[in-house]
Structure formats: C-alpha cells, structure tokens
Design a protein around this ligand. Structure first.
Ligand code: KMT
Ligand code: NI
Length: 186
C-alpha cells in the first residue's frame, strides 16, 4: 500500500530528502489521497507486459505518450537545477503521471487546508497528480529514481510556480475538489 503522511514544514536549510513526519505521526490513507484527486496503482515492475495492468491503464486513460526520466547526475542534464525546480511548489495544466521503474522518492501535495502531505513512491508505484494541484517532488536519501513519464498527446511539462491561483487549471481543480467531496460525503 502506498505510504503517505502529513509532513512538517521545512525550511530551506533542512534536508528535503528526509521523511519529516509530524510528531505524533499523522498517516494519510489512499481514500484521503483520492479525495484530493490523486490516483494510485501498484504495477508489477518486473512483469509489465505479462501483467498487462500498465497497458490497460494507458488504454483506458488515453496515455499515448511515454518517455523516461532518470534522476542521476550522469543521465539528467542540468541535474542540480532540475532537482531544485522539481522541489519548487508548482502546478501543471495537465495531469502529472509517473510510473516508478526503479529507485524511490517523495511527491508532496497540498491538501484542502494547504497542508503538505508527503507520498512515498517506490518501484512499481504509479501515481497521477491531477491538473491544478500544488505539488513538488524530491529524491529521498537513496538519491535515485527512474520514472516513466506518461501523457495524453504532445507532452507539456511546464511548471507554473506558486502563486498560480489565476490559472484556469487551478480553478478547475478547486471545482474537482468540491465534486469529490460531494460524491464521497454523507
Ligand atoms: C517531476 O516532474 O517532478 C519529475 O518528473 C520528477 C521525476 S519523476 C519521479
Ligand atoms: Ni510537477
């Protein structure tokens, strides 16, 4: 099961690669993530073709583009700056879809009250962050991840750094949050 928790606010001189749990720990369930529009699947990363799950998700959701992003100084051009920009709080006008092929890391997402939730991703995890959600990504203490990036159509990776409240994708996301709430409450 995907592990997620509310995290401490950290300052820029603290190590973003640590877990930064609250004290006491405040875990976050998959159901809570779903209420934020975050989607998660577990894939058998060593038997992708045989299992067929990744392909089924791709077909169902129309993810017809893929490439790979390997976070390592030898393979990621402009490594330090890229990692910095991944960890700057931002949103996208499209979903951010990642399948973790190897390694690990953390996606941090803001909840409805603007609190940070840290989501651990490991090999075999596939995650979709909805368009318009404020988020960021960091490597963990193992310092390595290889992810498949998926997309519907021609990929746009542009981050819109916070504040981006006037972005139409942000407004649409706030509407989605309301709908997700109505659907699951009561
Ligand atoms: C992103 O957009 O933050 C990334 O692609 C990070 C590497 S994928 C886990
Ligand atoms: Ni992003």
């Amino acid at each position: 099961m995907v592990k997620a928790w509310y995290m401490k606010n950290i300052s820029s001189d603290e190590d973003q690669r640590q877990e930064h749990h609250l004290d006491p720990d405040e875990p976050v369930s998959l159901a809570q993530l779903e209420k934020l529009g975050v989607i998660y699947w577990k894939i058998d990363a060593d038997n992708i073709e045989k299992e067929g799950k990744l392909n089924a998700i791709r077909n169902e959701r129309g993810y017809n583009y893929e490439d790979q992003c390997e976070c390592h100084p030898d393979t990621l051009p402009d490594y330090e700056n890229k990692l910095k920009s991944f960890f700057r709080e931002h949103l996208h006008e499209d979903e951010e879809i990642r399948f973790i092929m190897a390694g690990s890391g953390y996606f941090d997402v803001r909840d409805k009250d603007d609190k940070w939730i840290r989501i651990e991703v490991l090999k075999g995890d596939m995650i979709v962050l909805p368009a318009g959600i404020y988020h960021r990504f960091t490597l963990d203490k193992n310092d390595y991840v290889k992810a498949m990036r998926l997309f519907k159509g021609v990929p746009v990776w542009t981050p819109h750094n916070r504040p981006a409240d006037e972005n139409p994708a942000r407004q649409e996301y706030l509407d989605l949050l309301k709908n997700l709430d109505e659907r699951t409450s009561g």
